[in-house]
Design a protein around this ligand. Structure first.
Ligand code: SF4
Length: 406
């Protein structure tokens, strides 16, 4: 992987009324054409994503939103897509025409406040009006010579509002290994494994071990016991793909902590305590209950697809009744959430943390327990307590709701 994955970038959404200069502002910052700029109102028809390195902040992705104030038929789709940006924006840049504040800017700021997203206001087109309010960052996006000055001011503002969790994100697995220690990673090399490479959760885990001065030993499930027996020192932790959790737990001595990649990502990208509480709701499913399976990216579903085939099968086998299952993929998340008795979110490795937390918030607001793939699978295999044991507060939250009905 040569580039920082999008999911690890600070997501900066750029909002502004149609033709207030969003695209030219983005071009000014990027120093190149990344958006279509036109005299005709509303040329940008979709959210344009532009990854950039903004040192010292690091990797960011700008989300150039379409005209949220567009009233045409095409505009309805644009507005819907643009509205969803609030689910994943870490910071909002709100571009004003000079210092004008219309109903649009007020609405964007109110939505951002409701979601606790910091807003940086930028006064663009200063040839039209000259803001005196110090709350505005000033800019003329058509003045290319001003780039360095605008960029410096923007970086300084971003650093002051940047969410703490971006500067110091929750650990992936660094707290589970000692410096000089060892993590054993058990990965499947099957039909679903991409050719010639490891998948993002596995690569991220290896990188996190290195960042924490630990080593990793990567093997397939068949070799795991043998590898373990060859070691003259116990590993600090064993981590496996959820689909082989039963075998890993069976092969791992009690004094070696073990968990799954998906559980690590539940903590990094979401809220492990809430996902653990959601897993406890699996035992309460009744015949005909609706379960939502939410995958964060669209991929070509293979024959034994995890979200479409395996989890539905394991869930039905475990609860012993037939439940109705809907699968949503990509950015789609249903509006009729309250119809569901449980939501099961994928590992979210392609999403930023803000987007997963937004889904958790939506489920909470609708009164729907939410868990993730790894916790759900481990629950249906009867080993959730074991793989949650490295995370005492999540285990406690689970224990409080689940009194071992299975
Ligand atoms: S479906 Fe979810 S866990 Fe799987 S690759 Fe996509 S984002 Fe990652």
């Amino acid at each position: 992987m040569q580039k920082t994955p999008k999911s690890l970038r600070l997501h900066i959404a750029l909002f502004g009324r149609t033709n207030v200069g969003k695209s030219s502002f983005l071009n000014l910052i990027a120093g190149q054409d990344v958006s279509i700029v036109s005299e005709q109102a509303g040329t940008t028809t979709d959210v344009v994503e532009k990854p950039m390195e903004l040192l010292p902040i690091g990797p960011v992705v700008f989300l150039d939103t379409a005209g949220i104030d567009d009233t045409t038929a095409l505009g309805e789709k644009r507005v819907d897509r643009t509205e969803r940006v609030f689910d994943r924006a870490d910071v909002i840049l709100l571009l004003h025409e000079g210092d004008r504040v219309t109903e649009f800017e007020t609405r964007v700021a109110a939505k951002a406040a409701a979601k606790n997203i910091p807003v940086i206001r930028i006064a663009n087109k200063m040839d039209l009006t000259h803001p005196t309010d110090a709350a505005f960052l000033r800019c003329d996006s058509t003045d290319l010579a001003s780039r360095d000055k605008v960029l410096a001011a923007l970086k300084s503002e971003l650093l002051s509002v940047c969410p703490d969790e971006f500067i110091a994100p929750p650990p992936l697995m660094g707290d589970l290994v000692r410096p000089g220690g060892l993590a054993m990673l058990i990965v499947p090399i099957d039909l679903q494994a991409p050719k010639g490479r490891l998948i993002l959760p596995q690569v991220s885990t290896i990188r996190d071990a290195l960042d924490n001065d630990a080593a990793t030993l990567v093997c397939k499930e068949r070799e795991y016991s043998h590898m373990l027996a060859m070691l003259n020192q116990k590993p600090d932790v064993a981590i496996c793909d959820s689909q082989m959790v039963l075998k890993m737990v069976a092969d791992t001595p009690d004094d070696i902590p073990c968990t799954t990649f998906s559980i690590l990502f539940a903590r990094l990208k979401g809220d492990l305590r809430k996902f653990a509480m959601g897993a406890a709701a699996i035992d309460k499913l009744e015949p005909g209950d609706k379960v939502l399976i939410a995958e964060s990216c669209s991929h070509h579903a293979l024959e034994d697809d995890i979200g479409r085939v395996k989890i539905p099968r394991w869930l039905r086998q475990y609860v012993g009744v037939d439940v109705e299952i809907d699968v949503y993929a990509g950015r789609d998340f249903p509006d009729n959430l309250s119809e569901y008795k449980l939501a099961v979110q994928c590992g979210g490795c392609m999403q930023n943390r803000r987007e997963v937390l937004s889904r958790i918030e939506k489920c909470e607001a609708a009164g729907v327990p939410i868990t993730n793939y790894g916790l759900c699978i481990s629950q249906t295999q009867g080993v959730l307590r074991r793989v949650l044991s490295p995370f005492p507060s999540a285990l406690l939250a689970y224990e409080e709701l689940n009194h071992g009905t299975h």
